[in-house]
Design a binder for this molecule. Sequence first.
Ligand SMILES: Cc1cc2nc3c(=O)[nH]c(=O)nc-3n(C[C@H](O)[C@H](O)[C@H](O)COP(=O)(O)OP(=O)(O)OC[C@H]3O[C@@H](n4cnc5c(N)ncnc54)[C@H](O)[C@@H]3O)c2cc1C
Length: 421
Amino acid sequence: MPQLLRIATMPDLSSPRLAIVGGGPAGLMAAEVLLAQGAAVDLYDAMPSPGRKFLLAGVGGMNITHSEPYAAFVARYGASMAHIRPWLERFGPQAVRDWVHGLGIDTFVGSSGRVFPVEMKAAPLLRAWLQRLREAGLVLHVRHRFQGWTPQGALRFATPDGETVHSADACLLALGGGSWAKLGSDGAWVGLLRGHGIDVAALRPANCGFDIGWSEVLRSRFAGAPLKSVAASPDGENWRRGECVITAGGIEGSLVYALSAALRDRIEAEGSATLYLDLAPDRDLARLRGELGRPRASASIANHLRRQTGIEGVKASLLRECLSRDDFQDMGRLAESIKCLPLRLTAPRPLDEAISSAGGVRFAALDPGLMLLARPGVFCAGEMLDWEAPTGGYLLTACLASGRHAAEGMLDWLGRRSTPG
Ligand SMILES: Cc1cc2nc3c(=O)[nH]c(=O)nc-3n(C[C@H](O)[C@H](O)[C@H](O)COP(=O)(O)OP(=O)(O)OC[C@H]3O[C@@H](n4cnc5c(N)ncnc54)[C@H](O)[C@@H]3O)c2cc1C
């Protein structure tokens, strides 16, 4: 017997039988919309339980959406904004908060404007959500790995008991991106959909760290060291403040993630990219020049730097790592480097380590209701679509909103199909 996670009250069997593949936030939200219309919904997931990446997202503090003004919020989706705006108009950041409240969970706005559930966790929210979906009649089939379609259009699944085939009046794929494969979304669907003639842009790391060829000295002493109160820029002109972390192989953290799309694209185009760091964003260059220009007497440069500017530890070691011996001893060059230290990034970290994926099913392969033009009756939602966004709640908001949008697209399509003429 294939694994079944509890069956609650079954909806009216005269209603359409709909399939959702992928039990992340996009698939679960689609299920909610379809169940609310009285459809019979089967949700299939490859893993032993749904929502595993959603749960992981909750480990570091489940940032579900953002409270900034709507125009600024929408602009975070960059080149994909025009595609995503219609989803957000129906289910935007405020709707996400209301929806969380509807599950009995309060939210709060952090100092950065990010919105979190009060407990900062995903588990209570997912529990309440799954409970509500089960009560609405959701039939959850776990350990069902989607394998494509039979020639007749039925869904093929690999299960621990062998291959099974399920028919549905329409189906919605919400298979996620390609990072953190052990949580279920492994991107294996890319080859599968391409094999069915669907145009999919290659998955690429988004919100990711980067490789830098550190010396053994820096690596051994500072891997894991946070770089606090710094600013970073992909071009030496547009600066952003925040925090990042030195890793054994390079650099990561929220500040780097925020710039990662531009840096990744530059590496792809040019083979490497430069990330500029301002190690003292609260001091301007003139002040630093003045401080470092004071008499040093017999003090070492490291001591002079620390006494005059407060720069020490990992920041001082980064300067020593990146500057030539002559530049490190030249107080004018040292001051300039504190304000704009170039780091050469050689590669993004692998997709599996990224927070999210860029790439996916191209919008040109979909109709406005997110139905695949090449496969009428098959809809797509969530991170598997070709868009990307920074961290800050934008990923989950768009995944939830796209799940709603695709489910509404499916209902609309079913309605048009059943209406003669
Ligand atoms: C460490 C980390 C922290 C994050 N923190 C945040 C955050 O704070 N805020 C935020 O907005 N976003 C965050 N994200 C991103 C967010 O979790 C994802 O964007 C979101 O979960 C994507 O939702 P989805 O439904 O599209 O796909 P997923 O959540 O990836 O779900 C896809 C589902 O499809 C299933 N599946 C895949 N292939 C198959 C198959 N062939 N057959 C059957 N089932 C299949 C998977 O098992 C999985 O359950 C974080 C991500 C990570 C990795």
